[in-house]
Design a protein around this ligand. Structure first.
Ligand code: FO1
Length: 448
């Protein structure tokens, strides 16, 4: 089926496996990009289906326990998928939701459907790679992967692990305008006999109920697009100035929508870029350069969520200061309960627990203090990952893994003047926060 006319830039598509078309529909296995609008993988699958005169079927394999995700994350995801299911149905596209471990369910499903072509999302994380590989032996059709998550496809940006923002930035800036095109519309397909599975509720799935959904947070593509529009109208022009003050609502708060693919990062970057406001450059730096640097790290570093992935200079520095006296030492539950001596840190932790996010600037302080107050740097690393994945709506994302490695071990950073415990890894202090923003006011906003 290679060589079909498609509206998708061929550089976004990579053939994972050659094969001969099966008798069934074109199947798009959706995983990371859970939206209908502005989705290159879905557009490509539709083009192939139209060209081959086959129906299109979207499948989402729903696992009950994706890297320990509690009900908070499933609630956000499933409500978004409900909207996606409705939109697919309007386009006469079937939507199937097999329940269970993707490694077991996907091969069974795929074998039954005998796809003409299997199209899937790109993710640099190992889970999705493992899932795809599990279907290889059960299918003989071609398998194509489309990077619809990044502005510049991750494999086009670079073929190696980049050192820092300064090394990836010119590569992205050279290419991004070629890829920052408008999205074509999805077409309505000429098949009426579509089948749409009902998206199960969180209750039916019997999920881990220890971290509840965030109140007032509305998931889904429509809500994400509305947030983008209101950020561009009200927040973007002051973004460069306001984003470092946690007392202001100066960030876009789009990252959960991007994580679950309810909005496309390309749409976000394109709208901000075309708005051409004073904050546009600073926002493109965050939403494209920093985010795609994180994708690059996870794509080329197989141990992206392990301490061993930290740069050697960072690990050496931390090792050298391993026996330095810690000013405070806390257990994980004291940290989790926001029970430290530091009211600012507690407020950041409460924000994570209640709102599912920490303001970008405070996230750094939060992570740096975990290093300072944990018995070892390895422990600090695993605590930061655990707390982020458990509470943050954008946890389990390349951004999170990279952020933790930056905070704890200097990934993508450079050595700084030495300090106790941190060595040459960049340190932060409460006094620095107090110079940047009104710390008391921030703390007061978390006291009931
Ligand atoms: N993707 C899926 O394909 N199936 C799931 O059941 C699923 C659950 C899930 C829960 C929390 C979360 O943060 C993400 C989740 N995802 C799920 C999406 C997943 O993050 C992406 O597919 C990854 O890129 C996989 O490596």
């Amino acid at each position: 089926m290679a060589g079909y006319r498609t509206r998708v830039d061929p550089r976004r598509i990579r053939r994972l496996r050659e094969g001969s078309p099966g008798e069934g529909p074109v199947v798009y296995w959706m995983s990371r990009d859970q939206r209908v609008r502005d989705n290159w993988a879905l557009l490509y699958a539709q083009d192939v289906a139209l060209a081959a005169n086959r129906p299109l079927e979207v499948v989402f394999c729903l696992s009950r326990d994706f890297i320990g995700a509690p009900i908070r994350h499933y609630d956000f995801m499933l409500r978004g998928l409900t909207e996606t299911a409705k939109e697919l149905s309007k386009l006469n596209v079937s939507f199937k939701i097999p329940l269970g471990e993707p490694k077991e369910k996907l091969p069974l499903y795929a074998k039954k459907r005998d796809p003409a072509v299997l199209v899937t999302d790109f993710s640099p994380l190992r889970h999705q790679k493992g899932w795809i590989e599990s279907v290889y032996e059960y299918l003989s059709c071609p398998i194509d992967q489309v990077d619809g998550h990044n502005v510049v496809p991750a494999w086009e940006t670079s073929d190696k692990r980049e050192y820092a923002a300064r090394t990836i930035r010119p590569k992205l800036h050279r290419k991004f305008q070629e890829f920052l095109t408008a999205f074509p519309e999805m077409k309505k397909l000429p098949y009426e006999d579509r089948e749409t599975d009902r998206v199960p509720s969180t209750e039916e799935l019997r999920l881990d109920g220890s971290v509840l959904p965030v109140e007032g947070e509305i998931p889904g593509s429509a809500a994400g697009e509305m947030r983008l529009r209101s950020f561009i109208a009200r927040g973007l022009s002051g973004y460069d100035r306001d984003r470092n003050d946690p007392n202001l609502d100066g960030t876009s708060r789009l990252s959960p929508y991007i994580h679950f693919g309810q909005i496309s990062a390309q749409t976000v970057v394109r709208e901000a870029f075309l708005a051409d406001l004073p904050g546009s450059d600073a926002f493109v730096e965050e939403a494209m350069v920093r985010r795609e640097l994180a994708e690059n790290f996870c794509l080329y570093e197989p141990l992206y969520d392990r301490y061993e992935a930290l740069p050697e200079w960072g690990r050496k520095a931390l090792d050298h200061h391993r026996s330095d006296k810690r000013p405070w030492l806390y257990g994980l539950s004291e940290l989790e309960e926001a029970g430290t001596h530091d009211e600012l840190w507690n407020a950041a932790q409460l924000s994570l627990r209640r709102k599912g996010r920490i303001h970008g600037y405070l996230r750094m302080y939060w992570g740096k203090m975990l290093l300072l107050w944990s018995p070892s740097p390895e422990e600090a690393f695993s605590r930061a990952l655990y707390l982020n994945d458990r509470y943050a709506l954008d946890g389990r994302d390349p951004n999170g893994y990279t952020g933790v490695a930056w905070c704890i071990g200097g990934l993508h950073d450079r050595p700084w003047p030495k300090r106790p415990v941190f060595g040459s890894v960049r340190s932060m202090a409460l006094s620095g926060c107090a110079r940047k923003f009104d710390v008391k006011r921030y703390i007061a906003s978390f006291v009931p």
